[in-house]
Design a binder for this molecule. Structure first.
Ligand SMILES: N[C@@H](CCC(=O)N[C@@H](CS)C(=O)NCC(=O)O)C(=O)O
Length: 211
C-alpha cells in the first residue's frame, strides 16, 4: 500500500493515527498542498487522485481509495484489531456522526483551496481568513460538543476506547489551537483531547505546523 499525504494535513493525520493504532507501516509520499501551484493541483497528481486531495491510498492491487473516512474504514476491515469503531450498532453510527460532523462541517471549510479562493476571488486577507477559520471551528465544535454531551459513555469521544470520532477530533483540535481557539469553551472536547494527548499514536501523528 502507498499513502499520499502532506505532513501538515489534518485529513492525512487521521489516516496516520489510524495506521499507528493498527501498527501498520505503509510506504508514504508527501504531496505539496499549499499555494496556487501546489503539487496537488498538478496534472501528475490528478492522474493519481482526480480530486487532487490528500490523503489518498493506493492498495496493494493498485486501486485508489480517497477520503480519509473511506481509507480508515478500509484499514479497519483489513486489520480488525484493535477496532476503530465501537462494538454496538448505535455507537458505531454515533462515532461516524462525530467524524463526519468534523470532516464535512468544519474541515471542509478550512483547507488550503478554500483559503486560496477566499483570498484570490474575494479579497480576504490572512487575518480575515483566520477569522473565517475561527468562526467555522467554533460553530462546528458547538455541534460536536452537543453530540459528545448526549452520547459519550466513557473516557473518549463515544466509548472507553478511541474510535474514528477521536481520530477526527484530535487533528481538528490541533488546528483549532493554532488558530487561537481556546478549547475550554467545550468541556467534553477539551477533556477528550487531554486524554488523547497521552496516546503516542495521536501525538506522534498530529498535523505538523505549516512551513
Ligand atoms: N474530505 C477529505 C478532505 C481532504 C482534504 O481536504 N485534504 C486537504 C489537506 S487537509 C487537501 O488535500 N487540500 C488541498 C487543497 O486544499 O488544495 C478527506 O476526509 O480526506
Amino acid at each position: 500500500m502507498k499513502l499520499f499525504l502532506n505532513e501538515a494535513s489534518s485529513a492525512a493525520s487521521r489516516v496516520r493515527i489510524a495506521l499507528a493504532i493498527k501498527r501498520l507501516e505503509v510506504e508514504t509520499q508527501s504531496i505539496g498542498i499549499f499555494g496556487p501551484e501546489a503539487e496537488s493541483r498538478q496534472e501528475a497528481y490528478r492522474k493519481i487522485n482526480p480530486q487532487g486531495l490528500v490523503p489518498a491510498l493506493v492498495t496493494d492491487d493498485g486501486r485508489l481509495i480517497s477520503q480519509s473516512l473511506g481509507i480508515i474504514e478500509y484499514i479497519d476491515e483489513l486489520r480488525p484489531e484493535p477496532p476503530l469503531l465501537p462494538s454496538s450498532l448505535v455507537e458505531r453510527a454515533l462515532a461516524r456522526s462525530v467524524a463526519l460532523a468534523i470532516a464535512s462541517e468544519i474541515h471542509a471549510l478550512l483547507p488550503p483551496r478554500v483559503a486560496l479562493q477566499l483570498q484570490t476571488a474575494f479579497g480576504a486577507t490572512a487575518g480575515s481568513t483566520a477569522d473565517w477559520g475561527r468562526h467555522w471551528v467554533s460553530e462546528g465544535f458547538n455541534a460536536v460538543e452537543s453530540l459528545l454531551a448526549s452520547n459519550r459513555r466513557g473516557a473518549f469521544a463515544i466509548t472507553n476506547e478511541p474510535s474514528v470520532a477521536d481520530i477526527f477530533l484530535f487533528p481538528q483540535s490541533v488546528g483549532a489551537r493554532r488558530l487561537g481557539v481556546d478549547l475550554s469553551s467545550w468541556p467534553h472536547i477539551a477533556d477528550v483531547v487531554t486524554r488523547l494527548e497521552t496516546l503516542p499514536a495521536f501525538t506522534e501523528n498530529a498535523p505538523a505546523a505549516r512551513k
